[in-house]
Design a protein around this ligand. Structure first.
Ligand SMILES: Cc1cc2nc3c(=O)[nH]c(=O)nc-3n(C[C@H](O)[C@H](O)[C@H](O)COP(=O)(O)OP(=O)(O)OC[C@H]3O[C@@H](n4cnc5c(N)ncnc54)[C@H](O)[C@@H]3O)c2cc1C
Length: 292
């Protein structure tokens, strides 16, 4: 029997950690600062190791049901020439599964469904973590409690503040993690990778010919992942300074990729402007110091 844990962050990582901890007997509260779990993100492709991890968590079947196996695809040049082909049947034979493509929102939903009511508390931002006691850790949350229900770590609610005492805190608060900074104050943190990514899911099915493709051009990459319902996620990764935001990103991409092979222009044509997400990509370039 485990103890009690607070997982900070209800993204893919935090939910997976919570399911795994519960499976080995821990009582878990996941604190997520977003007040509402909207259908955010575009698409994720999962390789065999990811699917094995989801199977171990008991979420594999639900994910497979919402995902599309990627049997055909590969890497191309902007004119359409194939640089490398991928055969999903070979991966399936060798590794037990081809790559699968799934909307991030569906993956998140499948993981949420594997947690009991009340385990995930939305609208709950972790403000501080105090481990000076040497034993249990004290976690201070603020927010409106969102869709929260009964907490499993011992909890004291004061107005919009809530204190949870737990044996373990899992920092799953993303690449810009505040808790990482709290644990490793000298660590430099994430650095801009030099690339910015624009992504979206198409508004309707698109004629694709292959389940996925990645096309490499000078200073730019464009990829797509086909979904079960015929729509697709696409992403355009561009070398650019951080913080640059075109006034009309979709129009800028349609110009940038106008002479790339199909289905690149078709995917952009099938996208609504408001569906486009734009993020600068940050990465951890320096290994983290060890915990122990
Ligand atoms: C362009 C691109 C493509 C990618 N494609 C793939 C792919 O195909 N397959 C794949 O497996 N991975 C892919 N990844 C990586 C993958 O998306 C990320 O690694 C993964 O989503 C990170 O999940 P996470 O839970 O660690 O963090 P996040 O998704 O960032 O979640 C962190 C959560 O913590 C919450 N939070 C933050 N601070 C607090 C706080 N103080 N209190 C409470 N909550 C807090 C945030 O609101 C957020 O919900 C891709 C990444 C990029 C950039």
């Amino acid at each position: 029997m485990g103890g009690s844990a607070v997982v900070v962050g209800g993204g893919i990582g935090g939910l997976a950690a919570a399911i795994g901890l519960r499976a080995v007997g821990w009582e878990v509260v996941v604190a997520e600062r977003a007040p509402v779990l909207a259908d955010v993100g575009a698409g994720i492709s999962l390789h065999a190791n990811g699917m094995r991890a989801l199977d171990a968590l008991g979420a594999g079947e639900a994910v497979r049901a919402a995902a599309r196996p990627q049997y055909t695809g590969g890497t191309r040049a902007p004119g359409g020439r194939w640089l490398a082909r991928m055969d999903g049947t070979v991966l399936e034979r060798e590794l037990g599964t081809p790559l699968v493509g799934i909307p991030r929102a569906d993956l998140h939903r499948a993981l949420r469904a594997a947690l009991p009511e009340g385990c995930l508390r939305t609208g709950a931002e972790v403000r501080s973590v105090d481990d000076s006691d040497g034993g249990r850790v004290r976690v201070l949350l603020t927010g409106d409690g969102g869709e929260s229900a009964t907490a499993t770590a011992s909890s004291t609610v004061t107005g919009t503040e809530d204190v949870l005492d737990a044996d373990l805190v899992v920092a799953a608060d993303g690449v810009g993690s505040r808790l990482r900074h709290r644990l490793f104050p000298d660590y430099p943190g994430p650095a801009y990778s030099g690339s910015t990514v624009l992504r979206a899911v198409t508004a309707h099915p698109v004629e694709l010919r292959t389940d996925f493709a990645l096309t490499w051009g000078r200073g730019a990459e464009f990829g797509h992942i086909a979904f079960r319902d015929g729509r697709a996620e696409w992403h355009a990764v561009l070398n650019a300074p951080p913080g640059v935001r075109p006034a009309d990103p979709l129009a800028a991409l349609r110009r940038r990729f106008a002479d790339w092979h199909e289905p690149v222009p078709a995917l952009l044509a099938a996208t609504r402007p408001e569906a486009v997400l734009h993020h600068d990509i940050h990465e951890l370039t320096v290994p983290l110091p060890a915990f122990t």
